[in-house]
Design a protein around this ligand. Structure first.
Ligand code: DTR
Ligand code: ZN
Ligand code: ZN
Ligand code: CA
Length: 450
């Protein structure tokens, strides 16, 4: 029995519905889902196969700081964007990495009328579809050598990369290290990198770890709280050495993790403080001087090799290595993992499509040929609805088309999609559109099972 759109008074609808059921014309497009299936078990403790990081020798990190200091002294007193001291710093870091077996590349950009440079170093191996990045800005302000800001982060990331080489580490993920230019001008180097990374490449980045000011002379121990898994990795390290931490609260967007976060990439990092003042409670917890800035030489000419707290630099360098080893060698997320979004999204009647997003990260490789999309939509007369699964690169997979005589209510179904052409990591979207007047509803939630 076909009903025209205008016949769809509730009474007529009920009749039509009964008639269709009597004809055994049940139109559900997929077997009912096990939506009540328990969510994936909480992640176990660190998998035994995650390797333990080596100690990062403080002396090696400080030797890099001495080099940065000498470079500044030989180049007008700074290592700022557009100045010879910056390029000399980059050449120093690049030479170390080339000698250690990294594949390095220098990305150029223009900022404030001068050429800027990012240094990217890839450690050969690991899953190219799951890239763990760690970075720091290499530039200083023009008023000084920038040893804490940010020689400290640059030296720690360099020495951790060299430790990867010394260990001939074979991570599950592909490791990529970066030293950014022109951070002090507004995160311009990291913004240039992210903005010029193709979406397919961006989707492969499982996380970005940022290290900007990690040796402040009156240090605090701050952990970024952007991504829970990365935050936990860092906090576990500090708990293991009995050092309390606080959440970094000097404001989002203050360093090179910001462009990655804006692109939907999980981020984290460490920070020992800048011009903010250490409180008495913090001095109780960490030592140091209450009522004094974490770094009194922030953006000043006195940000030299004496402007470093060795304990803080050592702890944060080791924490960086712990995070890179842990996140870089953790086993690929086992199959059967469920990713879920249970936020209600109302569906406008006969209107624009709406979407609900699930961000998948930490997986290696592509999605499976039997990717399962469990859908839970409340909506009278479900024939109004068109439902698509949209992969991170924008490819749409039709799960359900509209139908003028599908008068049953609600779409509660699990669809199996061959998504083997799609990279697993990234933002997957359920897209729903109501294409006929009357009847409305909402997405209650949906899930992806790999
Ligand atoms: N923008 C950084 C210093 C800085 C200030 N607040 C934070 C928070 C987190 C990381 C870094 C910072 C600079 O001057 O390079
Ligand atoms: Zn700075
Ligand atoms: Zn900085
Ligand atoms: Ca409708």
């Amino acid at each position: 029995m076909k009903l025209s759109a205008r016949d769809r008074t509730p009474g007529a609808r009920r009749l039509a519905a009964c008639t269709l059921l009597a004809l055994g014309g049940l139109i559900a497009s997929a077997a009912p889902p096990a939506l009540a299936a328990p969510a994936a078990p909480a992640p176990a403790a660190l998998a035994p196969s995650a390797l333990a990081a080596p100690d990062i020798p403080l002396a090696n990190v400080k030797a890099h700081l001495s080099q940065f200091s000498s470079i500044a002294a030989a180049n007008g007193g700074n290592r700022a964007h557009g100045r010879t001291g910056y390029k000399a710093s980059l050449e120093y870091v690049k030479a170390k990495l080339d000698a250690a077996g990294f594949t390095t590349s220098v990305q150029q950009f223009t900022a404030s009328g001068a050429t800027g440079y990012n240094l990217i170093a890839d450690w050969p191996g690991g899953d190219p579809n799951s890239v763990l990045m760690a970075g720091s800005h290499l530039d200083s302000v023009s008023s000084g050598a920038g040893i804490n800001d940010n020689g400290s982060g640059s030296a720690a990331v360099l020495e951790t990369a060299l430790a990867v080489s010394r260990a001939q580490l074979q991570p599950t993920k592909h490791l990529r290290f970066a030293w950014w230019g022109a951070e002090e001008l507004g995160l311009l180097g990291s913004k240039h990198y992210v903005n010029n990374l193709p979406a397919t490449e961006r989707a492969k980045v499982s996380g970005y770890l940022n290290f900007d000011m990690i040796g402040s002379p009156n240090p605090g121990y701050f952990v970024y709280d952007d991504d829970p898994a990365i935050e936990k990795t860092f906090k576990d390290y500090f708990t293991g050495i009995g050092v309390p931490t606080e959440i970094e609260t000097e404001g989002d967007g203050r360093s090179d993790h910001a462009p990655f976060k804006s692109a939907g990439i999980p981020v984290g990092g460490l920070f020992t403080g800048a011009s903010n003042t250490k409180t008495s409670a913090q001095a109780q917890k960490w030592g140091g001087t209450a009522g004094q800035a974490f770094d009194r030489c922030y953006h000043s000419s006195c940000d030299g090799t004496a402007n470093i707290n060795d304990t803080a630099l050592d702890r944060n360098s080791d924490a960086a290595a712990h995070a890179i080893w842990t996140l870089g060698t953790e086993p690929a997320v086992p199959p059967g993992d469920v990713y879920e979004n249970t936020t209600d999204v109302s569906i406008p009647d006969n209107g624009a499509a709406v979407t609900s997003t699930i961000t998948v990260s930490g997986r290696t490789g592509n999605a499976p040929a039997t990717l399962k999309a469990g859908v839970d939509i409340t909506h009278t007369w479900r024939g109004d609805l068109v439902v698509d699964l949209v992969a991170p690169d924008g490819t749409a997979y039709r799960l359900k088309s509209s139908s003028s005589n599908d008068s049953a209510d609600n779409v509660i179904a699990t669809y199996t999609v061959n998504a083997s052409a799609e990279v697993a990591n990234g933002d997957w979207k359920l897209r729903v559109q109501d294409v006929a007047a009357q009847d409305t509803g909402r997405i209650n939630g949906w899930k992806l099972t790999f």
